[in-house]
Design a protein around this ligand. Sequence first.
Ligand SMILES: *[C@@H]1O[C@H](CO)[C@@H](O)[C@H](O)[C@H]1NC(C)=O
Ligand SMILES: *[C@@H]1O[C@H](CO)[C@@H](O)[C@H](O)[C@H]1NC(C)=O
Ligand SMILES: *[C@@H]1O[C@H](CO)[C@@H](O)[C@H](O)[C@H]1NC(C)=O
Ligand SMILES: *[C@@H]1O[C@H](CO)[C@@H](O)[C@H](O)[C@H]1NC(C)=O
Ligand SMILES: *[C@@H]1O[C@H](CO)[C@@H](O)[C@H](O)[C@H]1NC(C)=O
Ligand SMILES: *[C@@H]1O[C@H](CO)[C@@H](O)[C@H](O)[C@H]1NC(C)=O
Ligand SMILES: *[C@@H]1O[C@H](CO)[C@@H](O)[C@H](O)[C@H]1NC(C)=O
Ligand SMILES: *[C@@H]1O[C@H](CO)[C@@H](O)[C@H](O)[C@H]1NC(C)=O
Ligand SMILES: *[C@@H]1O[C@H](CO)[C@@H](O)[C@H](O)[C@H]1NC(C)=O
Length: 433
Amino acid sequence: MACIIIDMKTCICTFIFFHCFLPCKCVGLNDTTNCTCIYPPPPAPLPSPAPPSSPPPLVFQDVRIAEVYPVIQQFKQTIISDPFNITSSWVGPDVCHYTGFYCEAPPDNDSALALAAVDFNGFQLSAPTLEGFIENLPDLALFHANTNNFSGTLSPKIGQLRYLYELDLSNNKFSGPFPYNVLTATGLTYFDIRFNFFSGSVPPEIFMQTLEVLFLNNNNFMQKLPDDFGSTPVFYLTLANNNFTGSIPRSIGNLSQNLVEVLFLNNQFNGCLPYEVGCLNQTTVFDVGNNLLTGLLPSSLGCMGKLEQLNLAGNMFYGHIPDAICELANIQNLSLSNNYFTGVGPCCKKLIKRGVLDVRRNCISCFPDQRSSHECATFLLKVKICPVDTDVNPCQIYQSPPPPPTWHHARSLRVSSTRRWVAYSTLERLRLM
Ligand SMILES: *[C@@H]1O[C@H](CO)[C@@H](O)[C@H](O)[C@H]1NC(C)=O
Ligand SMILES: *[C@@H]1O[C@H](CO)[C@@H](O)[C@H](O)[C@H]1NC(C)=O
Ligand SMILES: *[C@@H]1O[C@H](CO)[C@@H](O)[C@H](O)[C@H]1NC(C)=O
Ligand SMILES: *[C@@H]1O[C@H](CO)[C@@H](O)[C@H](O)[C@H]1NC(C)=O
Ligand SMILES: *[C@@H]1O[C@H](CO)[C@@H](O)[C@H](O)[C@H]1NC(C)=O
Ligand SMILES: *[C@@H]1O[C@H](CO)[C@@H](O)[C@H](O)[C@H]1NC(C)=O
Ligand SMILES: *[C@@H]1O[C@H](CO)[C@@H](O)[C@H](O)[C@H]1NC(C)=O
Ligand SMILES: *[C@@H]1O[C@H](CO)[C@@H](O)[C@H](O)[C@H]1NC(C)=O
Ligand SMILES: *[C@@H]1O[C@H](CO)[C@@H](O)[C@H](O)[C@H]1NC(C)=O
């Protein structure tokens, strides 16, 4: 020990590894070597242990809070990693102030208090399963768990959650088959399982749920879409970055009342683009880039009056680009690169000049950045012929006055008000809401 004398009465004793700010007693007026730290007196021996008594009973705000308390405590025991120390707040009866938990009066009783929402977005918690947890929170309306390390299966009892309408399990470690049990949750309107490791097929029933938002992108799903695909009320549909195959069903045209954004990019969709796509007159984003689609473009695409983003790049479309597409009033980005188109009309030429239309790597003679004539000739020798485009013009069929926008549902507006194009942000891992 060495000491530094601060004044004649105080000094700081320096141990080899750390500083001791205990009071010191120094011998000699200015002697720096003979100081001793004065340690506090040793603690008094502990009083003999109090006779065992049960802890005071926890007092909960509502009987419904008392019911979920043990469920949360049990789930807490299963958490194996909690880098942000979230669960340290999960103690005591005040469940409504636990980090990530939100209470509200439930719809069935204004004077009660219930656990309404669990928002674990970004908490990076690890647990082997959510089974035993979600389905035992009977008043749960929202469960958000973007960017955690959850895996396992969901309980069939999740269908008993009468108020559940948003389930976000995106960017976790779920694997295995599609979580079929969510199909029983009839009130579900927002379902997001993007960025997991689900594989196999998606049950066709999911396209018959009353979902408004369905994000399945960035998994390993591999299957055809059902033929009668067109009965879902979905607004935002993202199947991107999977292995969906088969053709885009004609029944997609039946989604014209609601489908706002559709992202099918980076799959294995093949066959021809159905003429009925042109009926999607609410759609602002239609992206089927990087698939195996072929054929002539249906001129009905020119009827998609609200279209802002159209991406058909990286397919095997050929023929003349219908000039009607380039006359769409709201179009902002028209990507047709990496196909085998051979001609463009005057409107499309204008869009190329404005940088809106991209036709690089096609077979348009006298245009820059085109495929080699050999490549084009080889392809065009063995093109797949698609059904002849019908003469019926969907723009003329549907010239009835626009219906009142009943589909403008409050929740979907909330989603869309946060970002310009909702669906493109699903291609990033992070939370959307
Ligand atoms: C300090 O301690 C040393 C050795 O312990 C001793 O020889 C010396 O006399 C002491 N100095 C004073 C001022 O007490
Ligand atoms: C310490 O004390 C001695 C005499 O006891 C004195 O000669 C010396 O100058 C003093 N040193 C300081 C730094 O005050
Ligand atoms: C976690 O939080 C508790 C209580 O707030 C605290 O006592 C503990 O030291 C924290 N642990 C870490 C690793 O931050
Ligand atoms: C509503 O909730 C309150 C508070 O929990 C409770 O006292 C009351 O009995 C409930 N009413 C009904 C009809 O369940
Ligand atoms: C996620 O959990 C797995 C085991 O379930 C573990 O090996 C991995 O380290 C965890 N990752 C993080 C970021 O906690
Ligand atoms: C799609 O399937 C191919 C071959 O079966 C595989 O290499 C690829 O990783 C799959 N892609 C996805 C996103 O599952
Ligand atoms: C669209 O829906 C109607 C009625 O539900 C159905 O009769 C028709 O076959 C559907 N169209 C397609 C192409 O599936
Ligand atoms: C247009 O869309 C394509 C395909 O989605 C994209 O790669 C490109 O960056 C977009 N261009 C602009 C200017 O947004
Ligand atoms: C959109 O198409 C549907 C039929 O698919 C039609 O009933 C509706 O009037 C059309 N809306 C607009 C704005 O054209």
